[in-house]
Design a protein around this ligand. Sequence first.
Ligand SMILES: Cc1cc2nc3c(=O)[nH]c(=O)nc-3n(C[C@H](O)[C@H](O)[C@H](O)COP(=O)(O)OP(=O)(O)OC[C@H]3O[C@@H](n4cnc5c(N)ncnc54)[C@H](O)[C@@H]3O)c2cc1C
Length: 458
Amino acid sequence: MDIFDVAIIGAGVVGCATARRLALAGKRVLVLEKAGDILSGASKANSAILHTGFDAPPGSLELDCVQAGYAEYLAIRESMNLPLLQTGAMVVAWTEEEEARLAELESQAHANGISDACRIGRRAVADREPQLSDAARAALIVPGEHVIDPWSPFLAYARQAINGGSHFVFDAEVTSGLFDGKTWTLTTAKGAFSANGVVNCAGLYGDVVEQRLLGSSSFSIRPRKGQFAVFDKAASRLLTTIILPVPNERTKGVVLCRTAFGNVLIGPTAEEQLDRDNASVDEATLSQLIARARVMLPALGNVPITAVYAGLRPATEEKHYRIRHEPDLNWLSIGGIRSTGMTASLGLAQHAVRLLLGGDGPLSDLTAAPAEPVPNLAEHRTRDWQLAGYGEIVCHCEMVTRREIEAAFAGPLPPGDPGGLKRRTRCTMGRCQGFNCLGRLTELTGSRLAHPFPGERL
Ligand SMILES: Cc1cc2nc3c(=O)[nH]c(=O)nc-3n(C[C@H](O)[C@H](O)[C@H](O)COP(=O)(O)OP(=O)(O)OC[C@H]3O[C@@H](n4cnc5c(N)ncnc54)[C@H](O)[C@@H]3O)c2cc1C
């Protein structure tokens, strides 16, 4: 049996970024994912904010990884054609008590190296965001917080890992494993695989994977649901800056911000639940969220809702990231990456490689794994439909072209299911939620999706 250097369990944001970094370090990497595509777990639904770490716990691993991830994203994004919607953020105080907390937050931001964070008063808030309710009393501006496309970076990292010799296997849930002192043999739904080391990036199942393979787990996942409502595209003209609440100990709170896809979203809530898979939404919570958005930004009162969704954070019984390194077992768990993981992923990947391969200096790339530009999905940049020769518009709400659908299947790592196709093209994400284009998408995808659109035969 082929023996890989490292097997990564889970192809969420952490698994994809870690695969890329290990591949760049010259390792042969195998990624085992139980779903039909990358980003099928916690990573499929988030707020897409590239965080600076201004409010992260000072001196924490989370702060280090967020800041390293942020810096690396900016350094590599152009070579991969990845967007940055430069918005900045304002932590807005709506009450006297919240206003009193801004000074403390400003000091924390400065202590965390975010020296351009500064407080502004009521008038400056109104000048910056004229549509915001005049109940906004003051704010802390954090100019470096931005919005990105939550999906394309990880497709780009996975493809770069593949260019460096990595393999991704889908529908391959790891059910057990045996370490013989040198090599791990992992049993999956797709057969057995061998690797010298294992990195557990199983997100909402990180503790279950430890239990299955090590016999005990060092943390326990407490899923924390976040519901969102997405306003129609007209809303994106009403707001520039990310509007953050004053955070509390448990959560960063509900955000109002533009998306890279040209909408405005409100969310996420923070609801504890036992179920690790069910990210359902409920009408009462969504109504409250939407009402809150309309209080903050009254002009949203006339803007309809395009979509609602929810994501599950892989939170644990403790707030900090849960890293378990067992050098004698060639094992590393990167667990409990709850609410900053999209930003921190590249930093976590650097941390993982230093733990596994030793050294604490700058990492050098040992393999020629070329970065490939991915198609642009961001609304503020040129979309495919604006260029000649696209053939046909397939999804009219999101202006997705047939050429984009074909490109998704042509590249390394084609989509494995409808969600994967959506995350590569934006199809079905718009006002009609696929009602009008599902038939055409079904025809075009044929039997190319391992998990087809509902109703399509394999
Ligand atoms: C509501 C919400 C808002 C957020 N907002 C932001 C934000 O604005 N900015 C930011 O930086 N971060 C944000 N995050 C955080 C970020 O999305 C998460 O930290 C991140 O997605 C966690 O990724 P992961 O790779 O650890 O887990 P996952 O994405 O869950 O990946 C784990 C993968 O492992 C697979 N798996 C599980 N068990 C097995 C097994 N036995 N065998 C094989 N595969 C297995 C799963 O199918 C899954 O694909 C947010 C998260 C949520 C939920």
